[in-house]
Design a protein around this ligand. Structure first.
Ligand code: 13P
Length: 288
């Protein structure tokens, strides 16, 4: 199937009460792990690409070329969106020009009026090409590719105004953070989430920082209007742990165990298992 905008898959998820995973990709193994697993499970998916990851993979055009070719190679039949994650103003236009099917413009660090003006402009440019847009209100905490958010809880009134720009999905900070959660984390703020959903008229909401949020909390968030859950760190952790185990067991020194096709296989399988677990929690299997 061709690469599609995230709009329709999120409208369907929102109407039917499940979540679509945004799995962030980092290289060939990541793209293969996601595409083959969602095809097995007949689940829609969004491939998240941060600006740093795009640079690492040889630029936005190369990301699109790799995803398109692998989508074809594996005969992927489920809807797949390629989505810029936490895009800057300049990055949003570059990813759009390279053929990304979905764009997040993260203007949460700008003064509100500037976030609003830039979001409006990007919505017009993206919608003219059938590309979906995500905006952010209330910076998500933690660090991602050098972008540091302070972990704010969004102001529902600001969410309402940003939603009126016509964005297709909205990320609102509700106490979620990127990366591992601290032991004293207070959990998601469901009151604010419910209020944001109420005032935004049922726009699909996005939960960033999907790594380490307990399954019941994610499911409650889905029941309150979250339709997209972003997961990045967790795949990196399971990939690293499985690779470490392989090397510490001395397997790279046995026969041709140093061949990347063998060396990276345990990490690849570990990522596939994590994707299966996430899709089971989010409820998107057989929803393609
Ligand atoms: P984690 O790295 O915490 O899973 O968050 C991913 C994310 O929100 C990407 O935007």
């Amino acid at each position: 199937m061709a690469i599609v905008s995230a709009k329709d898959m999120l409208i369907k998820a929102h109407a039917e009460g499940y979540g679509v995973a945004q799995i962030n990709i980092n290289n060939l193994e990541w793209i293969k792990a996601v595409l083959t697993t969602v095809e097995e499970l007949k689940s829609p998916v969004i491939l998240g690409v941060s600006e740093g990851a795009a640079k690492y993979m040889g630029g936005y055009k190369n990301v699109m070329a790799m995803v398109r070719a692998l989508d074809e190679f594996y005969n992927v039949s489920v809807p797949v969106a390629v989505h810029l994650d936490h895009g800057t103003y300049e990055g949003a236009y570059k990813a759009l020009a390279a053929g990304f099917s979905s764009i997040m413009f993260d203007g949460s660090h700008y003064p509100f009026e500037e976030n609003l003006a830039k979001t409006k402009e990007i919505v017009a440019a993206c919608h003219a090409k059938g590309v979906s847009v995500e905006a952010e209100v209330g910076a998500i905490g933690g660090e991602e590719d050098g972008v540091i958010g302070m972990g704010e809880v969004a102001d529902p009134k600001e969410c309402q105004v940003i939603a009126e720009t016509g964005v297709d999905m909205l990320a609102a900070g509700i106490g979620n953070i990127h990366g591992k959660y601290p032991a004293n984390w207070k959990g998601l703020n469901f009151e604010v989430l419910a209020e944001v959903q109420r005032v935004t008229g049922g726009i699909p909401l996005v939960l960033h920082g999907g790594t380490g949020i307990p399954a019941e909390m994610v499911q409650k968030a889905i029941s309150l209007g979250v339709s997209k859950i972003n997961v990045n760190t967790e795949l990196q952790l399971v990939f690293a742990a499985a690779t470490r185990k392989y090397i510490e067991a001395g397997k790279d020194l046995e026969g041709k165990g140093f061949d990347p096709r063998k060396l990276l296989a345990p990490g690849y399988e570990a990522m596939k298992e994590t994707i299966r677990e996430k899709i089971a929690v989010f409820g998107s299997a057989n929803k393609a």
